[in-house]
Design a protein around this ligand. Structure first.
Ligand code: CP
Ligand code: NVA
Length: 301
């Protein structure tokens, strides 16, 4: 059997993704019922972090422990990766000792090179270009709150960044319409937009992008690695804050998501974060359940 990886949402078929999301809902119920379910006993997940993380680290580490396995935290600061050992050599070594590898890094090419040299499944836990694990949690959260997302309208407000790119892939794989609002100069990858032009539309104001929308999503204006652009971005994104008033202009059933960490008063108002339409903490918890479903899919089949 060939090794499956999860580097973008396109690595799984729409049918596989849908089953995975439904399985995540079941795994949540299993955990909430107190049932012990340890399908990954003695298995080890290596977790390589070249950027900071709270949710990703905790959810993968807790998920492996709950599954009866083990997770190994590898910071680039303390491994030979941080001292220039080639990614290809690291992939051969780490994948010879572990059962799966999760990587959070800068260039997307790092995860593709790692996967090309790995004997075991590789999971993209965020690159500069994509954050597919977050989308599994987001899709599970929408399903739990509002049912199937197929045919619905989603609005992305803010930077055309890694999360926005994964939303474009999600629009294709889960079959929804995506209305993006971003200032000029902060558009998502034009090739990705062109490939998905049947589902994706770009607007220049948040008000236009939320019309008829069932899910409003945003993210920080300066991603990890762009810290020095913070001030310039605050100016460019003025008027793009997601507020309760903005949600009032969307469909009456609209809910709000943010992958977190959030900057209250920048991309989202404090009031919006605490509004009943905000499901951001369910979304964060679902990282655990959705990634357990992913680990099960990649490791037990
Ligand atoms: N949303 C997300 O990936 O959070 P962390 O950066 O805390 O892992
Ligand atoms: N776009 C953000 C997501 C953080 C989870 C970043 O890359 O920093």
């Amino acid at each position: 059997m060939t090794t499956r990886h999860f580097l973008t949402l396109l690595d799984l078929t729409p049918d596989e993704l849908n089953k995975l999301i439904h399985r995540a809902v079941e795994l949540k119920q299993i955990r909430n019922s107190g049932e012990i379910y340890e399908p990954l006993k003695n298995q080890v997940l290596a977790m390589i972090f070249e950027k900071s993380s709270t949710r990703t680290r905790v959810s993968f580490e807790a998920g492996m422990a709950q599954f009866g396995g083990h997770a190994l935290f590898l910071s680039s600061r303390d491994t030979q990766l941080g001292r220039g050992e080639p990614i290809e050599d690291s992939a051969k070594v780490i994948s010879s000792m572990c059962d799966a590898v999760m990587i959070r890094t800068f260039e997307h090419e790092t995860v593709t090179s790692f996967a090309a040299n790995s004997k075991v499944p590789v999971i993209n836990a965020l690159t500069d270009d994509y954050h597919p694990c977050q989308l599994l949690a987001d899709m599970q959260t929408f399903l739990e709150h509002r049912g199937d997302i197929k045919g619905k309208t989603v609005s992305w407000i803010g930077d055309g960044n890694n999360m926005c790119h994964s939303y474009i892939n999600a629009a294709r794989q889960f079959d929804f319409k995506l209305q993006i609002a971003c200032p000029e100069g902060f558009d998502p990858d034009p090739e990705l937009v062109a490939t998905n032009s049947d589902r994706v539309t770009i607007f220049r104001t948040p008000e236009e992008a939320v019309q008829g929308s069932h899910l409003i999503v945003t993210d920080v204006w300066a991603s990890m690695g762009q810290e020095e652009e913070q001030k310039e971005r605050e100016q460019a994104f003025a008027g793009y804050q997601v507020t309760t008033e903005l949600l009032d202009q969307a469909d009456e059933s609209a809910i709000f998501m943010h992958c977190l960490p959030a900057h209250r008063g920048e991309e989202v108002s404090a009031e919006m974060m605490d509004d009943p339409r905000s499901v951001v903490f369910d979304e964060a918890e679902n990282r655990l359940h959705a990634q357990k479903a992913l680990l099960e899919f990649l490791l037990i089949k």
